[in-house]
Design a protein around this ligand. Structure first.
Ligand SMILES: C[S@@+](CC[C@H](N)C(=O)[O-])C[C@H]1O[C@@H](n2cnc3c(N)ncnc32)[C@H](O)[C@@H]1O
Ligand SMILES: [Zn+2]
Length: 437
């Protein structure tokens, strides 16, 4: 594994704000988490009102900031902390940092040795410097703990690779279906390191822009009822393909869909290796019978739905190539949940709080990791409509399926939906039987 511990920065990056920070001289460097910073007359500007996330205070200024993304940030911070605990080191690149809240959280909560906070928009500079300013710039040994730059994310990634200054954890919180940073991120991360990526392109995952998804992720995506899972598989598939071109194999540790945005987030582990042939293929959904199937590349010419007597059918929707393997690693997510409990981020909340939401999400993700479950989720409204009955109660359906030997659980993506290895045809029968009772 290529790693260097001495860190030198490319000359063109400056660390000192060209404009002095308004708060730099008044913030108390010991005022780290939870404690309010001194209130200044300047704080009356709404952009400078302090926000708080998991006990850390920060301001957002004019930057792009979504409070709803807090869970996505929690997940990144937990994963980065696990990396530090297991490897003893943590160099983070927050490549599209906005106001720098993640950078601050990686520094304080994940105990990163070093965080590079970058955002192309240099108007965020004062805000980022203010937020990171509560943490000392240098360690006790005199090593730089954080820097702030304003370059294109790809440039930072490529230059880090060229200087062989690799990162253990790279967070690219991008907009839309920008996938151009995937390859440079895989080159700039250490082997065994983590890349946390995002897509917010709900049109592509919904199958409304198949040539757009083809350009970004190499996947021709068409509308299916579980399009938000397809969005995650499209993003992972694109990453798998780009990594393969460089001789790396990537696998998802967790995949998270959030309807705010929408946002598709995936944490990928990068290793040397080949494309996982087993998990990179095509997914079909049949509008006639409602069943889904996976097809590998060697079955391309044979794609059809069993309901159609092996005939080519217009009812069949084919998407791909996509990631067809597991969306999460159950052991890894269990470690995240345990750490969240240890930190008091799970189990302590009552319904509707951030703690309860995080715990619920991690538990759902662990349930979804059952290897018997295949891709897709089934909306119970679709089952009801096919069975011409009322929507069956979700927990009852799951109970019946498990009793019958099927794998079944809720979906973290859709509220009234289940993940199961039972075919739609049988679900329709079960719903019809339930209605009669
Ligand atoms: C979704 S926001 C980041 C939010 C932030 N990570 C958070 O959690 O609050 C995306 C940010 O990326 C920045 N950005 C957009 N394109 C960029 C690029 N090519 N390189 C670096 N930053 C970019 C934008 O200025 C914006 O602040
Ligand atoms: Zn069919």
């Amino acid at each position: 594994m290529a790693m260097r511990f001495r860190f030198t920065l490319p000359k063109q990056f400056s660390f000192v704000s060209p404009r002095p920070s308004l708060f730099a001289t008044v913030t108390n460097p010991k005022c780290v988490s939870g404690l309010p910073l001194p209130t200044l007359a300047l704080d009356v500007n709404p952009g400078q009102i302090k926000k708080s996330e998991r006990g850390l205070q920060f301001e957002v200024g004019e930057s792009f900031f979504r409070p709803e993304s807090a869970i996505g940030r929690d997940l990144g911070v937990l994963a980065a902390a696990l990396h530090k605990k297991s490897t003893g080191r943590l160099r983070v690149l927050d490549a599209m940092c906005g106001c720098g809240v993640r950078s601050l959280r990686y520094l304080v909560q994940s105990e990163a040795d070093f965080v590079w906070a970058n955002d192309a928009n240099d108007e965020c500079r004062k805000t980022i410097l203010t937020n990171l300013g509560v943490e000392g710039r240098f360690s006790d040994e005199g090593k730089r703990r954080w820097v702030v730059t304003h370059s294109d994310a790809r440039r930072v990634l490529v230059e880090s690779y060229l200087h062989r200054e690799f990162f253990d954890f790279i967070d690219v919180d991008s907009f839309g279906s920008d996938s151009s940073f995937l390859r440079p991120a895989f080159e700039a991360v250490t082997l065994g390191g983590l890349v946390y990526v995002t897509s917010t392109d709900g049109y592509s995952s919904g199958g409304h822009r198949p040539y757009h998804s083809l350009a970004s992720y190499g996947a021709y995506v068409r509308p299916v009822p579980y399009s938000n899972e397809i969005g995650l598989r499209m993003l992972i598939g694109g990453a798998v393909r780009d990594a393969a071109a460089l001789g790396y194999s990537v696998s998802p540790l967790f995949s998270y869909y959030s309807y705010h945005g929408p946002v598709f987030r995936v944490l990928l582990r990068v290793n040397r290796g080949k494309l996982l042939q087993k998990h990179y293929g095509f997914i079909t959904y049949c509008n006639k019978c409602g069943n889904s199937h996976g097809f590998s590349w060697d079955k391309l010419g044979l794609i059809c739905c069993p309901c159609g007597n092996r005939e080519v059918s217009k009812s069949l929707v084919v998407c791909g190539p996509l990631w067809t393997g597991p969306l999460h690693d159950a052991d890894y997510v269990t470690d995240m949940l345990n750490l969240a409990k240890q930190w008091g981020w799970a189990c302590t909340g009552t319904k509707g709080t951030e703690d309860a939401d995080l715990e619920k999400l991690l538990k759902l993700i662990i349930d979804e990791s059952d290897p018997q479950l295949t891709f897709g989720y089934i909306k119970l409204d679709e089952v009801a409509s096919r069975a011409k009955v009322n929507s069956p109660p979700l927990e009852t359906m799951i109970g019946i399926l498990r009793k019958g030997g099927f794998a079944a659980c809720r979906s973290h993506i859709a509220l009234n939906a289940i993940k199961t290895n039972c075919l739609m045809t049988m679900l329709v029968q079960i719903a019809a039987e339930l209605q009669k009772q």
